[in-house]
Design a protein around this ligand. Structure first.
Ligand code: C2E
Ligand code: MG
Ligand code: MG
Length: 439
């Protein structure tokens, strides 16, 4: 049986599904609403129906044995087309329903009165209806009561939907959320108390094993003397406010460390800092990241070649890519090198490789560590190295732990690298202790 769909059918179905009431079982309040409807209208059958794409579900049901029927057989298809009740005094005499299997078949429905259940203006997800197997009439008072009951049903379904939403955020999720908010607060306090610090991991030219620079990696010193790596406070680094503040701290600290090393005559090459996407936001009252870098290096009289900026694909393609690209281009034009960090772990397309402003590709450590035992990882690393070379970019391999990995990387022409084989991230004082230099 062909029936007309409401013009907002897509939005109507989306709303119905978002309430998640189709599968949530029976509800004594909706059952009571149907019962009152049957008593008020003096009808043997009463239903609260929900019209899904293919089925009409009976959310509350008094007098019928089924819990759903094919949507095409539903009287309610007509009722949800507007906000008025639909009264069918005798279905056998109504051309819309006379062929309906519920009229012609063993249920032998003759009378139908339905009121749409509107959960949002214009969004009618189903009906409250009363039905009889005899032709009937319905008084104005009874229709009024059905309308009021349909409003109650709408309210109840909305509540059930909201309750499901709250359940979604329940117990475990709420605890997780609370724990991460607590951690972000603790990180803010720790920053104010100077409990963050930078560790420095050396970077090498692979063929000659010459050190070319350091990567600055953030650490959070704990009261017991242990230090936490970023994985333990990732949520804080994702928090826009904290990540901007810590970003300024990292920039300032790396610059002042570079100056200290310069003044001590320690040949450190460059320091690479990691930058998160919030730092690039064009927020009113906040200096653009590129301007902050320019101002800070200028006031410290640090040459731009001393500082590298590392951004992951998440930053480059963060939804503020225009701001990011503009600021990185500005920094490169001034002489700072930009590295595309963790390359190969995300979804950057080859178009991005050619369009984004960067000088270096850093091959993610996970591929490097796996490649000696996995042909696939070896093929990926080779491909990245080849791609970078052909694009005229430098390649830095991360996470080199063994001589075998180093040899393979040298053989495929990878220029630079870092990893435990060369040195673990360490406090500045430990870095220079090894060299026998004062900081
Ligand atoms: P990343 O920038 O890719 O840093 C390399 C990570 O690999 C570091 O982890 C480093 O300790 C680790 N690593 C280095 N060599 C080896 C090795 O041979 N084997 C193994 N298994 N791991 C190695 P870390 O320090 O835990 O940092 C993790 C990530 O946190 C960094 O990845 C970076 O994305 C982020 N991060 C670090 N410092 C900062 C920061 O100051 N600001 C921001 N926004 N993110 C940071
Ligand atoms: Mg990095
Ligand atoms: Mg990396």
């Amino acid at each position: 049986m062909a029936y007309q769909l409401p013009p907002n059918e897509r939005a109507r179905l989306d709303k119905l599904h978002s309430l998640a009431v189709l599968t949530s079982g029976s509800d004594p309040i909706l059952d009571t609403i149907v019962e009152i409807g049957c008593i008020a209208a003096k009808m043997p059958i009463g239903l609260i129906t929900l019209l899904d794409a293919e089925w009409q579900w009976f959310k509350a049901n008094r007098g019928l044995s089924k819990n759903r029927i094919p949507r095409e057989h539903a009287f309610c298809n007509y009722t949800i087309l507007n906000d008025r009740p639909l009264i069918v005094p005798d279905a056998e005499k109504d051309s819309r329903f006379s062929d309906n299997p519920f009229v012609r078949g063993k249920e032998h429905i003759r009378f139908y009165a339905g009121v749409p259940i509107e959960v949002e203006p214009g969004i009618r997800i189903g009906c409250l209806c009363v039905v009889d197997r005899e032709p009937r009439k319905l008084g104005r008072d009874a229709i009024q009561i059905l309308r009021r009951l349909a409003d109650c049903a709408a309210e109840r379904l909305r509540q059930r939907g909201n309750a499901r939403l709250l359940e979604f955020f329940s117990a475990e999720r709420r605890d997780q959320l609370k724990a991460s908010l607590k951690m972000i607060d603790a990180a803010k306090v720790a920053l104010a108390q100077n409990a963050f610090t930078l560790f420095y991991q050396p970077k090498f030219e692979l063929r000659t094993r010459t050190r070319v620079g350091f990567e600055a990696l953030l650490r959070w010193r704990q009261a017991d003397g242990s230090v936490l790596a970023p994985a333990a406070f990732a949520e804080a680094l994702d928090d826009p406010e904290f990540s901007c503040r810590i970003g300024s701290y990292v920039l300032g600290t790396a610059i002042s460390q570079a100056k200290t090393w310069e003044q001590a005559g320690f040949e450190f090459g460059h320091i690479a800092i990691n930058v998160s996407s919030s730092q690039f936001a064009d927020t009113e009252g906040k200096m653009a990241f590129a301007d902050e870098v320019l101002a800070a290096t200028k006031s410290a009289s640090l040459d731009p070649s001393r500082l590298h900026i590392e951004v992951t694909e998440g930053v480059l393609l963060s939804g503020r890519e225009n701001q990011v690209a503009r600021q990185l281009a500005q920094l490169r034009a001034t002489g700072f090198k930009v590295a595309f960090d963790d390359f190969g772990t995300g979804f950057a397309s080859l178009v991005h490789l050619k369009e984004l402003p960067y000088d270096q590709i850093k091959v993610d450590g996970s591929f490097v560590r796996a490649m000696v035992n996995s042909e696939e990882d070896m093929a990926i690393v080779k491909a990245i190295v080849g791609l970078a070379q052909n694009l005229g970019k430098e390649v830095v391999a991360e996470g080199i732990e063994t001589e075998a990995e180093l040899s393979a990387l040298i053989e495929m022409g990878c220029g630079y690298g870092q990893g435990y084989l060369f040195g673990r991230p360490a406090a500045a004082s430990d870095v220079t202790k090894v060299e026998g230099n004062a900081t």
